[in-house]
Design a protein around this ligand. Structure first.
Ligand code: ACO
Length: 405
């Protein structure tokens, strides 16, 4: 390649732009829902743990770091491409970033560098891959709903592009119906620990997403035995062999149980990520609900706490906790008296931080939430519902706010 230090390029690339992630499905697992670009070539939010504080890579033009994962097994392919690169060892050029070397420190060394080989592995892994651990939760959605939501999301993204003046002549995408849209898509959550055979290696492949999407995220210590994991998958019938199901990674969460006097454990949710192609479709809420249900089901677990929640996660948690409380008739009845008449609002619409009131005042006649609130009553429910004190108090405040005019 030719190079010039004065050619108008500064040989610096934005690392978040350069890194392109893909979740690759086998041919028979591609449907009208998945054939869209959204699964291929999405970008990280953060790369500073890998490429340094300013998230810039020096020494290349048109750098593309192509990092592909098999959609289920997360088998990995890496290719670094560019139109030109400064020659190494040129004194005037400075230190050229070792793009692959820096990434190699964070991913298992068994990645493929041959695309044909990788695509072959995608095909075979699709048939052999099964989630690790024990299934603890599942839910399903009509494919048509998912399809509609994806189209909405794509149109939202196109509109944002347009508003940002990114030139392209944008035509809104409209729905194309296909036979698969009649299908129901299943989603399953699996629980595992380090002791689950094969899971340690699997975790080494997925932990990169923590660095790429959680601000301040870092790898957990494999030497600490107590970590627990929940992983969410899409389970899909194959197009041409519907008797076969395949699994596709969506996101996961890590959990750390702490001893809690005198005889129980408090489960701390530590990391939580849903990959971008699947965000804003309710999967984060479902994964959170699965964790909460799991904790409710285990007598030895006293409560769920969250480590240093990001704002988006806090919103998700509030929304789901409120929904749970509002649908608990016994709780609502005791809280507000009057047959819990304050309930029933559509929780998805509750703006937990900004919206002061629900639809009209139905403030409790004799309800335990007061005023004044019955502290002993609150503590009884808090313990029963296994919600951490601070969060429970916030939720009670939100409910009170909501009930005021
Ligand atoms: N139609 C319209 N809106 C919808 C629909 C739908 N069908 N489904 C969901 N939404 C909206 C929700 O109402 C919600 O809206 P809001 O942002 O205005 O509150 C939004 O989509 C997100 O809700 P979910 O879809 O349930 O959540 P998602 O799957 O997008 O996951 C998460 C959220 C986990 C924050 C995800 O964006 C993510 O992984 N981000 C990067 C990593 C991260 O920040 N993790 C948390 C760190 S904190 C910690 O680890 C403890």
């Amino acid at each position: 390649a030719t190079f010039s230090m004065t050619s108008g390029t500064d040989w610096t690339c934005d690392a978040n732009e350069a890194l392109r992630l893909s979740l690759v499905r086998a041919k028979d697992d591609k449907t009208s829902l998945t054939s869209r670009e959204a699964y291929e070539g999405f970008h990280p939010t953060f790369t500073y743990p890998i490429y340094g504080e300013d998230e810039k890579i020096y020494g290349y033009n048109d750098l593309v770091i192509d990092l592909k994962f098999a959609s289920g097994s997360l088998a990995t392919y890496l290719h670094v491409g560019y139109s030109s690169k400064l020659p190494i060892n040129t004194p005037s050029a400075g230190v050229i970033d070792d793009v692959e070397g820096k990434l190699r420190d964070f991913i298992p060394g068994d990645y493929s560098t041959s695309l044909p080989e990788f695509l072959e592995q995608v095909e075979s892994d699709a048939l052999s891959f099964r989630p690790y651990g024990e299934k603890i939760y599942s839910y399903s959605r009509p494919a048509s709903c998912l399809m509609r939501r994806r189209l909405e999301k794509e149109n939202e993204a196109l509109n944002t592009e347009k508003e940002n003046g990114n030139g392209r002549n944008v035509v809104g995408i409209t729905q194309v119906l296909s036979p698969e849209d009649e299908e129901t898509v299943e989603f399953e959550v699996y629980h595992s620990t380090w002791a689950t055979p094969g899971f340690r290696e699997y975790h080494r492949r997925m932990q990169l997403f923590i660095l790429l999407y959680i601000e301040g995220g870092s790898y957990i210590n494999e030497e600490e035995d107590v970590w627990e994991f929940v992983v969410l998958y899409e389970k899909r019938k194959r197009r041409h062999s519907p008797e076969i199901s395949t699994y596709h990674f969506i996101g996961y969460s890590t959990l750390y149980p702490f001893y809690c006097f005198p005889e129980k454990h408090r489960m701390r949710l530590s990391q939580f990520v849903i990959l971008p192609p699947y965000q804003q479709e309710g999967h984060g809420s479902a994964l959170y609900t699965s964790i909460y249900q799991y904790i409710l089901s285990k007598p030895m677990l006293a409560e769920l706490t969250v480590e240093d929640p990001a704002e988006a996660f806090e919103d998700l948690r509030d929304r789901n906790d409120l929904k749970m409380l509002l649908s608990n008739q016994e709780f609502m009845k005791e809280a507000f008296g009057d047959g819990g008449s304050n309930g029933g609002g559509k929780v998805a619409k509750v703006k937990t931080r900004t919206r002061p009131a629900g639809s009209g005042a139905k403030g409790g006649k004799g309800g335990k939430l007061g005023p004044p609130s019955d502290k002993a009553w609150m503590e009884k429910w808090r313990i029963g519902l296994k919600i951490a004190s601070r969060q429970f108090n916030r939720l009670m405040e939100m409910l009170i706010q909501r009930s005021l005019d």
